[in-house]
Write a protein that binds this ligand. Structure first.
Ligand SMILES: [Mg+2]
Length: 241
């Protein structure tokens, strides 16, 4: 199977016991392929991986879907990455968004996307119009993050593109997340888990999706709960013989 998981609040969340159990399982069971799908940039993820207790994924989708890296070679996955890059308007984005009231630019290193903090004073409608004029999408998450991405690019899109490159059977994919920028992963139709303590809007938007489990347990515990819940993933909870 392949586990495609968000990091903050999902893979990195939950009790120490649940995290240890999940990480141990992934270290021991080479039949579970791991993909991180995060809003963080690649540098921040590589820093996290200096903690050797954290299982190493094979692929890392960063920047809310705007970049995809093969970890062992630290190279971009092609042609997925070039297709995204070709749709990014570049410096025009920052220039255009400067005119929007109440946006605070995040200074993190980024490619093919632009991130901001927003609050109740932000002109969201104006920001949305500006994004459309740039042929970009605007994404809100966790009540404070605002991302500008190439139109159609999100976590779910890039995950699907990656799986096409890998030619992986889709019935063996579990996606996991906790906030609205994870929503596109559930839209793909893959089996999914919304972990405990998720953003309320994500919980309500996925409530009617039969392929999505709304877990009780938080973070890593929610992923373990989903693996036990869906019959196709249960066998992977056993250690390899
Ligand atoms: Mg998260």
């Amino acid at each position: 199977m392949l586990l495609a998981t968000d990091l903050d609040g999902t893979f990195l969340g939950g009790t120490p016991q649940d995290k240890e159990e999940l990480y141990q399982l992934l270290r021991d069971n080479k039949n579970i392929q791991l993909v991180f799908v995060t809003g963080r940039g690649i540098r921040s993820v590589l820093q996290l991986l200096e903690d050797t207790a954290l299982p190493r994924p094979e692929y890392i989708i960063c920047d809310v879907g705007a970049t995809v890296t093969h970890l062992p070679t630290l190279s971009a996955v092609e042609p997925v990455q070039s297709n995204i890059a070709a749709r990014w308007p570049g410096e025009n984005v920052r220039e255009t968004m400067k005119k929007i009231r109440g946006l605070l630019h995040q200074e993190a290193h980024q490619q093919y996307r632009c991130s901001y903090f927003y609050d109740e004073g932000t002109d969201i409608d104006g920001a949305r119009l500006a994004a459309t004029s740039l042929q970009c999408d605007l994404m809100l998450s966790a009540g404070k993050y605002l991302d500008i991405l190439p139109a159609g690019v999100n976590k779910g899109y890039t995950l699907q593109q990656l799986l096409e490159v890998l030619a992986l059977p889709h019935q063996k994919v579990l996606v996991a997340g906790d906030s609205m920028n994870d929503y596109s992963m559930y839209e793909t139709g893959f089996k999914g888990v919304v972990v405990g303590n998720s953003e309320p809007e994500l919980v309500s938007r996925t409530a009617d999706m039969a392929h999505v489990l709304q877990a009780q347990r938080v973070g890593a515990g929610g992923i373990l709960e989903a693996m036990a819940f869906f019959p196709e993933f249960g066998p992977y909870l056993q250690k390899e013989g």
